[in-house]
Write a protein that binds this ligand. Structure first.
Ligand code: HEM
Length: 133
């Protein structure tokens, strides 16, 4: 399925105009399951928020078929596999829900249709990461 990644990227840019976007995201994500906060017990969130910011853009651009994005997402898949962060597949659903809830709060042009586009766009990258678990 071809996803309209430019519409999604424009939404992402609006979200990032709000400096609290990734504070909102991590507040929501860490509250989704008791399993999650211990995984981030030693995390430097200032750095983490910079890295996630870039990697979500990669996930969006993956929809455009840019070759470099595949390499970047494969590296992320490796770091999240059982050999490293050990992130089981079910946690990605919570991650995507937290992302979409943050978009709903931060993008003034949010609609349920836009959320569906986001979900379709992120699915390819998430599936690549899960496949490397
Ligand atoms: C598609 C979804 C995700 C993206 C784009 C993403 C992105 C990132 C990035 C860029 C990093 C830092 C670089 C690295 O360690 O590779 C990272 C680290 C991490 N991620 Fe994810 N992640 C995703 C899903 C998840 C999920 C579902 C979990 C589950 C709890 C998770 C837990 C972690 C942990 C524990 C770290 C290490 C934090 C630390 O260094 O202390 N991630 N993630």
């Amino acid at each position: 399925m071809t996803v309209d990644y430019k519409t999604v990227e424009a939404s992402y840019d609006r979200c990032l105009e709000n400096d609290a976007f990734y504070d909102t995201f991590y507040d929501k994500f860490l509250a989704k399951s008791e399993e999650i906060p211990p995984l981030f017990a030693e995390t430097d969130f200032r750095k983490q928020k910079q890295m996630i910011r870039m990697s979500v853009r990669m996930m969006v651009r993956l929809g455009a078929g840019e070759e470099g994005t595949k390499v970047a997402i494969r590296n992320l898949g490796e770091s999240h596999s059982r050999r490293h962060h050990n992130i089981r597949a079910g946690l990605y659903d919570l991650w995507l829900d937290a992302l979409c809830e943050s978009i709903a709060e931060c993008d003034p042009e949010y609609t349920p249709e836009l959320e569906q586009l986001w979900r379709d766009t992120m699915r390819a990258g998430i599936e690549m990461m899960i496949a490397m678990y």
